[in-house]
Ligand binder design. Sequence first.
Ligand code: NCD
Length: 303
Amino acid sequence: MKHLIDIKDFSTQELDALIRVAKDIMKHPENYAHKCAGKKLATLFFEPSTRTRLSFEAAMYELGGHVLGFSEADSSSAAKGESVADTARIVSCYADIIAMRHPKEGAPLVAAMNCPIPVINAGDGGHNHPTQTLTDLLSISVEKGRLDNMTIGLCGDLKFGRTVHSLIAAMSEYSGIKFVLISPEELKLPGYVKDILKSKNIPFEQTASLEESMPKLDILYMTRVQRERFFNEEDYLRLKNSYILTPQKLHNAKEDLCILHPLPRVNEISTAVDSDPRACYFKQALYGKYIRMALILKLLEVE
Ligand code: NCD
């Protein structure tokens, strides 16, 4: 039995296979409409979510399965002091697969170690978000036609932004990738993620300037400053508007740049950018449903 806790739980071959299945689902959804008949997905969300939870639920419905769960910690027995391990063990009596989001780093791993059904990490604190990375890989593969040989700019909160950490781990496995890490000093990429780049000799530069980096980028991955992870509100207020992407800032960008954002956006992309053909972030949210369908099929070992 397999879980998805860290994107490195899957080999590049497995990631490529998931992307192939997701693309086939996009073309022939009718072939998948009953694949999970009689199966149940539990979504255990101890932290806010729109896209991740609802795309997981839509994914399971579109596979013909059922969904149960909760969307806030206060409505579960966590509010009475139940441990994550016990909650997961109990839920495994009622469901076939779990998608869990939790503010504590490592909570989905604890769940996986304590229950007999597949567990998917749907975001653990400021650590990892592997299913957002699956979404990002499918988005890049569809929009650029490849996953290798490109320069990826990651901009914003690289410290607390868990989607960035998982995306770097995944993209580091493809050849010809370069990273431009664009952030204020206080929100730089953590050392443990930078070590992945160093150990694989992947070229990267760190800068505070989005404008100077723009011309070389094939992908621009914008992120929100993660207010909920700050120790004090003053720091957040000082840093929250560090980067705001506007049409003017795109004047020297490549014609075929692909702009991604895991969403939700706060201020970091002006709505005037939404009509630019290079803005792919709303399509990205749709791709998230298809890749989660492929993931559920894989973990439930459905043919
Ligand atoms: C991201 C997350 O939860 O980390 N959202 C998402 O799942 N699409 C990004 C964010 O909240 O900034």
